[in-house]
Design a protein around this ligand. Structure first.
Ligand code: 5GP
Length: 191
């Protein structure tokens, strides 16, 4: 990476841990100092989700076409759906010297570690698996079988926390946000 290059930061952790909320708050405070990649997915939109805002919602066929064209920086199948980071936007931002954040699951985070070793990788963990399960239920967006599937995946993801550069436990949201600010902006002044 040359001096003009931006930075890539990966934020990972199990579904329901609060990654989205933390990143939203980080953007509220520091939006002009960072970019958050908008992923593509074959999952159906939840109520209030908007195409091009939370995700680009694609059919499996369209996703697979993009995949074959090498349009994804990383991608994974998660709980029966495909998710991927569109490469062009991220590469443009990096070359413009921006700080780029990816909110992705474990398999994708591992791919980025291989393909972009300079990326800083942050793992967000729940205080316990029971708390995570409660939070997934409180969201009221998934069926019981989907919740069970996500909890099973979470067990595996939590076992991989040590692969990351740092782990933040999201117990108290404000505390976790403070730790995330430090992790993302490093030891220097937080903008
Ligand atoms: P959800 O369906 O709850 O929005 O996301 C399910 C999981 O997929 C979450 O852990 C989320 O971080 C992850 N995810 C979202 N976008 C991407 C992506 O572009 N790539 C990968 N690998 N995972 C993603």
């Amino acid at each position: 990476m040359g001096e003009q290059q931006g930075r890539l930061v990966v934020v990972s952790g199990p579904s329901g841990v609060g990654k989205g909320t933390l990143l939203q708050k980080l953007c509220d405070r520091h939006g002009s100092h960072l970019r958050v990649s908008i992923s593509a997915t074959t999952r159906s939109p939840r109520p209030h989700e908007v195409h091009g805002r939370e995700y680009f919602f694609y059919s499996r066929t369209d996703f697979e076409k993009q995949l074959a064209l090498g349009e994804f920086l990383e991608w994974a199948e998660y709980a029966g759906n495909l998710y991927g980071t569109p490469r062009p936007a991220v590469m443009d931002w990096i070359s413009q010297g921006e700080l780029v954040l990816l909110e992705i699951e474990l398999q994708g985070a591992r791919q980025v570690a291989q393909s972009y070793p300079a990326a800083y990788r942050i793992f967000i963990a729940p205080p316990s698996l029971a708390v995570l399960e409660d939070r997934l239920r409180q969201r009221f967006t998934e069926s019981e079988s989907v919740i069970a599937q996500r909890v099973a995946i979470a067990r595996e993801e939590l076992a991989a926390a040590a692969e990351f550069d740092c782990t933040i436990i999201n117990d108290d949201l404000e505390e976790a946000l403070g730790e995330l600010e430090l992790a993302v902006f490093g030891g220097g002044a937080i903008p």
